[in-house]
Design a protein around this ligand. Structure first.
Ligand SMILES: Nc1ncnc2c1ncn2[C@@H]1O[C@H](COP(=O)(O)OP(=O)(O)OP(=O)(O)O)[C@@H](O)[C@H]1O
Ligand SMILES: [Mg+2]
Length: 212
């Protein structure tokens, strides 16, 4: 489903991805690990078509994520490492997402509720005024409500309290549809029950890749 071929991404003289090749296929749940600055987020942004490769290519179900951005993003649920600076209030944001990405509002409400995020009390609040954990909970609720064949999480639990982490992992385990799950984490023990492949990156390269 995701095919990365000899991908190199540089920022100035710095090589963030150094000739990376790998494939992620249906029914794979991957823990993507590695030190700060290893290139994990750069890899994910390349998959999402945010970055133009210097060399090599990315294909999502055969499509280039830059040329076919809309089609590719329709297939993907994504929670970023840092929440985007959205000025819309929660009501407007949910409305926007339900229309633009065809996500059922009631499902967003349902998953927010499961994550112990009280949306009804915050509908008039701007997204950027929510606490870090509340933002993350809402983005997670949206990602779960959007039925996607590719799910990408970039350290989604960093701002969550322990109870919210448990809730999140419980909800993820319930989703047994055929999909690819790519999960960036620094805590393998948290995702052990969830993943069947682990990849380590260092200095822009994949240094180990094994099924578990
Ligand atoms: N937009 C950018 N402009 C310049 N340099 C960048 C940019 N994005 C990433 N880099 C550089 O690329 C390298 C890899 O960064 P990346 O964010 O991919 O690391 P990471 O593995 O996700 O780390 P972390 O665990 O801290 O999130 C770093 O040296 C970073 O400074
Ligand atoms: Mg990162």
């Amino acid at each position: 489903m995701i095919k990365i071929d000899n991908l190199t991404k540089k920022f100035g003289a710095h090589i963030s991805l150094d000739n990376v090749s790998c494939e992620f296929n249906k029914n794979e749940s991957i823990a993507l690990m590695g030190a700060n600055g290893a290139g994990k987020t750069t890899l994910i942004r390349s998959i999402l078509g945010y970055y133009h490769p210097d060399e090599g290519s990315v294909a999502i179900n055969g499509l280039d994520p830059i040329k076919h951005r809309i089609n590719v993003l329709q297939e993907i649920s994504f929670v970023p490492q840092l929440p985007p600076p959205i000025k819309l209030n929660i009501d407007e944001l949910i409305q926007y997402i339900s229309i633009s990405a065809n996500v059922d509002k009631e499902k967003i409400m349902h998953y927010a509720n499961e994550m112990k995020l009280d949306l009804k009390a915050n509908l008039n609040k701007s997204f950027f005024k929510l606490s870090g954990g509340m933002k993350q909970k809402l983005l997670i609720a949206i990602s779960l409500a959007k039925k996607s064949t590719i799910i990408i999480y970039d350290e989604p639990t960093a701002n969550l309290d322990p109870k919210a982490r448990d809730d999140f992992y419980r909800l993820l385990k319930q989703n047994e549809e055929e999909k690819v799950l790519l999960f960036v984490t620094h805590r393998l023990e948290e995702v052990k029950d969830l993943v069947n492949r682990q990849i380590y990156m260092d200095l822009g390269k994949v240094v180990s890749d094994e099924k578990i």
